[in-house]
Ligand binder design. Sequence first.
Ligand code: PLP
Length: 389
Amino acid sequence: MHHKPSIYLDHAASTPVDPQVVEAMLPYFSDIYGNASGLHQQARASARALENARQTVADILGCSPREIVFTACGTESDNIAIRGVAWAQKLAGKGNHLITTPIEHHAVGHTIDQLCDKFGFAQTIVPVDEYGLVNPADVAAAIRPDTVLISIIYANNEVGTVQPLAEIGALARERGIPLHTDAVQAAGYELVEVERLNVDLLAISGHKIYAPKGVGLLYVRQGTPLLPSFTGGGHEHNRRPGTENVPYIAGLAKAMELVQANREVENKRLTALRDRLIEGVLQTIPDSHLTGHPTQRLPNNASFVFAGCEADAILMHLDLAGIQAASGSACTTGMPEPSHVLTAMGIPHRLALSALRLTLGRQTTTEDIDTMLEVLPGIIQKVRQTTNT
Ligand code: PLP
C-alpha cells in the first residue's frame, strides 16, 4: 500500500497538546470543579490548583506569583498589557508616546494602531535590519520625555528572529519606561526570566507550547501602572476578572514545566534539524533565500523565499504530499498582501509573496526533514513553471 507521509511543520501556528499536559488538566474538569473564589471544599481544591500553577509559572519566570495574570490567550495578554499601561500612563499625565517595531504580531501592532488612531496616542516604529533585528540604539534614540511604553516582540512568528531584549530592557529600565514583550513564540525555546530580560510585561500563549488553545498569561512587574481593560469580580488582582479556567491554567503550568525541563536538549536537537533543513533547501533549490537571522533565530524556525513562486501554490502542493506548512503568519494567510514583517525587512513585494515558513516541533524527526528535502525542490520547480506560464 502506498503510504503518504503526514508531516506537520507548522508548530509556530499551533502545537498538539502534550499527553502530560492533558493528564495534568483532567482532574479539574469533573472531579475538582469548584469556583476558586468560594469557601467550601470544592472551591478550596480549585484555588489550591490555581495557586500551585501560579507558583510554578512564577518560579520559571523568576517573579512573584502576584505578578502573574492568567488570561485566555496571547492576544488577550498583549491587549491587557498595552492598553492597560497606555491608559494608566495617560491618566497620570505621563504622556502618550509609544515605541514599537514594524514586525509585531497584529495582537500588538493593531492594538497600538487603534490607540493612535482613536485615542490620541502617537507611535514611533523603530526600523529592523534585513534580518529582522532591532538595533537597541534606535530604541534609545526614539525615546522622548512623553514616552510611556515600549513594546518589542521577543521572537518573531514569521522568521524566528530573536531580539536583543535584555539590552533593550536595560536602557528602558534606565529611563524608567515600562517594556512589554510579546514572548508568545519565544516562550517554548528562549529563557523567559524577567529579571535577566529587564522586562516589565511579558505575554505567553498556551497553544504555542503544547498546552491547549484558549489559555495564556501576562507577567506584570509589581508597580507597573496598568488600568484593567476588563472590570468584574476582582479575579487576578483585578487585572483580568472572570472565573479562572483552572484546568487550562494547570495545563499551561505543566506545559511550561516541560519546556523548562527539556529546553537545552530539545533546543539542541531542533537546531540541528533546522540547520539540516536550511542547508538542504539552500543547496538544492536555485534562487532560494533564508529569511530572518542566520543564527539569532528560534531553533525550530526555517523560513524562505523562492523567487518566481506563489506561496499558496507551494502550500497546496506540499499539502497534497502530506506536508503541512505555512506562508506568512497563520492569521494573514489568504490575504494577497505580502507580510508586513518581510516588507519591513526590505524584501520586495513579489518576493515576499513567495514566503514559506517551516516550523519544527517535538515530533519532528530527521526522516521528516529528509522527506521534505526530497519533495520540496520538485514542488518549487513545478510552481515556478506554472507561475511563469
Ligand atoms: N503573538 C505572536 C508572536 C503570535 O505568534 C501569536 C499567535 O499566532 C499571538 C501573539 C497570538 O496568540 P493567541 O493565538 O494565543 O491569541
